[in-house]
Write a protein that binds this ligand. Structure first.
Ligand code: MRU
Length: 365
């Protein structure tokens, strides 16, 4: 997508030596700064510290992390050590394991001297595939937006989203935002309710930033306002992303998503999940029991980051010093609350049958 007139992706090869460039998402929206990642340990830290985040981008970053590892030492023991280290960076987004399994499966049979070039090529393929997947999700989601727009006589389609499932969370386009960007670019009036997404505020910091850079109409709301605006008919549809969706359609996404799905059901608002296939974990069949939910530092709950009027980025305490806090990063929305899964192959009902019909090759007899 474009930032101030220049086309960007969220991850790229920075130079001929093979260093990897990323946008430092911990500084947005206050500063647009890029970072150079020089080895696999630095990439694991960038994923863990959320310099890069969002399930698809975590997958692409892990793939480039393996390329960096092969650049420094293509031996078998380093292949395994790098994959183990990167896999431990964040637990919920299954794209991480998916990308690592793909890289390791591709590299292991190769002689060591061919692994470096092959790893960069494969990481680039994963990044390009992500862009193509998101564009396809955009096209399928656009049909849904267009249908709502047809009944609104020129009034904007109001879409609520949670966290950041935008281009910053992917290599480009985003998942939940792809239909929104496409609708906007085609002249369909859209307005996005952006939930701030405590504790790390990916909605306020990232989604609000990227939508407004692209000129999409939006309003930032506190997380707790979502139910209220649904009750007052101000939301035509919800579209969120996902970090892992089970074979039966249970959806793990940023903490707070489940409450919005409940409110959407209570108010008859369609609740869609934009779901790239690398985010489907076909080995799991019960999201609440089986999806590992990341618990992050309590400091993300007790403290908040922002910028002063002069632009200095500061962190301040919100809670009594020394208080106990818990920081669950994701929750699971049961399939029964999901209206549809917008995948690159089309829109599936959130069920085993729905996903199996679109991805028959994944079904084990
Ligand atoms: O903790 P984050 O910022 O990595 O969480 C991101 C989300 O929950 C996104 O909604 C999800 O990864 C889908 S991104 C297309």
């Amino acid at each position: 997508m474009r930032v101030d007139g220049r086309q960007w992706r969220t991850i790229w090869v920075e130079n001929e030596a093979g260093d990897v460039g990323v946008i430092d998402q911990t500084l947005l929206p206050h500063r647009f700064t890029c970072r150079v990642v020089g080895d696999a340990a630095e990439m694991a830290a960038a994923i863990r510290d959320m310099v890069v985040r969002g399930a698809p981008l975590i997958g692409a970053s892990a793939a480039y992390g393996m390329a960096l590892a092969m650049r420094s030492n293509p031996a078998d023991d380093n292949l395994d050590a790098a994959a183990t280290m990167l896999a431990a960076a964040r637990p919920t987004a299954v794209n991480l394991r998916w990308a690592l399994d793909r890289l390791v499966g591709h590299l292991r049979p190769l002689p060591a001297h061919l692994r470096r070039a092959a790893a960069y090529k494969h990481a680039a393929a994963i990044a390009d595939e992500d862009v193509a997947i998101n564009q396809a999700i955009g096209c399928h989601g656009l049909d849904l937006v267009r249908k709502v727009a047809d009944g609104k006589a020129g009034k904007p389609v109001n879409i609520l989203t949670h966290c950041n499932a935008g281009w910053l969370a992917t290599v480009d386009w985003g998942t939940a935002t792809a239909p929104i960007y496409m609708a906007h670019d085609m002249g369909i009036p859209v307005h996005v309710w952006v939930e701030e997404t405590r504790p790390r505020n990916q909605g306020a910091a990232l989604t609000a930033w990227e939508l407004s850079k692209h000129g999409v109409a939006m309003s930032l709301i506190a997380d707790n306002a979502g139910g209220h605006i649904m009750q007052h008919g101000e939301v035509d549809m919800v579209i969120v992303g996902t970090d892992r969706t089970t074979a039966n359609g249970d959806v793990a996404n940023k903490i707070g998503t489940y409450l919005k799905a409940l409110a959407a059901r209570d108010n008859g608002v369609p609740f869609y999940v934009a779901l790239p296939s690398p985010t489907i974990d076909f080995s799991l069949h019960d999201g609440i029991a089986d999806i590992p939910i990341e618990e992050r530092s309590p400091r993300e709950v007790t403290h908040i980051q922002g910028a002063t009027e002069s632009g200095t980025i500061v962190e301040v305490n919100l809670a009594p010093v020394g208080i106990t806090a818990r920081n669950y990063a994701f929750d699971v929305t049961p399939a029964r609350l999901v209206t549809g899964l917008i995948t690159e192959r089309g829109i599936a009902p959130a069920s085993s049958e729905g996903l199996a019909a679109l991805f028959p090759e994944q079904v084990t007899p």
